[in-house]
Design a protein around this ligand. Structure first.
Ligand code: FES
Length: 137
């Protein structure tokens, strides 16, 4: 790659940034979810909130909102597409590299942004599992 190329977003990143999939618009209380996850990015201080609906052990629906940057928006849009329909354990297996590959690579200095949605989804799944465990006690 020539010097400076790393500053360029792929068409897939741009498309997901401009048309984010599963973005939660408006009042979040209107989306009836089974669990939420929230994380902050220690590198830049941005935040991400994730909402999941679970049916028969699979992510039936997913929404998210963030203060993050274009890379975080595109990455979480991609993640939401990758996670929908997966079992909770399969969704936990999705890696930041999977998201990066799906998008055709983020600029290296923006890779940390893809971790934000990833960690929020892990937090939502952890919260869902804890709620399920306490409901069966
Ligand atoms: S710079 Fe904060 S999420 Fe990208």
């Amino acid at each position: 790659m020539e010097e400076g190329q790393d500053w360029i977003y792929t068409d897939t990143v741009k498309e997901h940034f401009l048309n984010p999939r599963n973005f939660l618009m408006g009042d979040e209380s209107k989306f009836k979810c089974d669990a939420t996850g929230i994380v902050g990015n220690p590198i830049c201080g941005d935040q991400m909130k994730m909402f999941i609906k679970v049916k028969d052990g699979r992510i039936e629906d997913i929404r998210w909102k963030t203060y993050g940057c274009a890379s975080a928006i595109a990455s979480t849009s991609a993640l939401s597409e990758l996670a929908k329909g997966k079992t909770l354990d399969e969704a936990l297996e999705i890696s930041a590299e999977d998201i990066d590959n799906y998008l055709g690579k983020l600029p290296k200095h923006k890779f940390h942004c893809s971790v934000l949605g990833h960690d929020a989804l892990k937090d939502a799944i952890k919260n869902y599992k804890e709620q399920s465990a306490s409901n069966t006690e």
